[in-house]
Write a protein that binds this ligand. Sequence first.
Ligand code: SAH
Length: 481
Amino acid sequence: MNLFPLFADLSGRAVLIVGGGSVAERKAALLLAAHARIDVVAQTMTPTLTQWASAGDVRHLAREFAPEQLDGHWLAIAATDDAALNAQVASAANARRIFVNVVDAAALSTFHVPAIVDRAPLVIAISSGGTAPMLARLARERIESLIDHSWGALADLLARARARIRARWPRLEARRRFYETVLRGPVAQLVQQQRHAEAQAALERMLGAQEHALTTIVSTEDKAVEGHGGDESRVGSVVLVGAGPGDPGLLTLHALRALNEADVIVHDRLVSDAILDLARRDAERIDVGKQAGFHRLQQPLINKLMLEHARAGKRVLRLKGGDPFVFGRGGEEIEFLRAHGIAFSVVPGVTAASACAAYAGIPLTHREHAQSVRFFTAHKKLTEYSIAHKPLGETLAIYMGVGEFATVREELLASGLAPQTPFAIIENGTRPQQRVVLGKLDELVARARACDVRSPALLIVGEVASLAASHHWFGAPPEID
Ligand code: SAH
């Protein structure tokens, strides 16, 4: 079956629905959204259809179907559970050259209702020609996850400026380049950031700019790019994305979209291959794998890379393990970008503490065991935190501790934690090779050594840690002494 795809304007036009059940109701809802006039022929109607009828949104034409009822209608839908009646509606509609959809009967239908991804006014319709509705549904799911909800607002913005854009760039080639710049650049980013006035202003500036200067238009910090080559400085943007702890299923939709759109990906060592595999195939990947102890050396290099690529007009994805704002130096990176006038946005990720706790069966807070949770890093500054004043029943999540378990143990004991306080070490949390080691604070160092714990690992200290013994559900069972 070779179907011709089309979008129909049904506004104010009459459509006949035969049937009053839940399927008919769903079709009526779609038609109402398109402002069609709806007539229903049905013995009985669902409560919602009845309500629409009494509100005047649909008209209950008759209880019994008669072919003449079709006259004057642009489309018909047969949605009864009586196959013979549906077939009768179809043949009567065909005789009158009225397009008809028979629910669940592709062969009797002269039009199909596609699966849709709705970013009105942008609508994507998917059809398998009635052969494989499941495949169409799957395709819809995929596309749904790829297309940001802000595209609707973007389409509206462009629709309002369409005539002016056409007048400003009469040549199709130039107009294409203009749209390309809008859609891949700061205007789209501002719309996504819900900064509509600024998006409008950026669009206005682009409409006023010379063609060769189009790509120099920046969203907010125009002055900051002065002195960086003027016209040649094509300005891209940076999105700081949290990749979560490793399991690709824990990516956000925004992260997935950013992976699909990026020109350049600057990623940490902690980001798993399974996640990098989801990136656009032709994106350039730069591994800036930070090893413990080399942070200070690496950061200026990372900053330089982001800046160079953004200034070359690229969409840069700065991909970090976990959440960029939890021990991820995300704050410093956006300060740097701000200072250099590069547009940026931030996508949070599932941080190791949440993820490791969940995948180990450890609730970070619990009515009976812990009223609060604190995130620490074991690196150097641990002594500066005042663990001593910890309220009763607090969970401690300690990042980056593998090399410092001895110090951590000593400090926690010195600050008043009982030697019997339970701990859990989660190594490679959420990944196929996840391991969980349980014990009491007193024996932390010995247990970690005996079990040969390696980085990345997260340490959870507090009553809740012992719950992993009974609540674990993912990967290998916990190692208990
Ligand atoms: N921004 C990251 C943390 C970076 S610090 C986040 O929000 O998760 C790096 C430390 O995070 C590691 O040393 C380890 O303690 C912890 N970590 C990150 N991913 C982990 C994982 N999959 N399993 C266990 N710990 C992890």
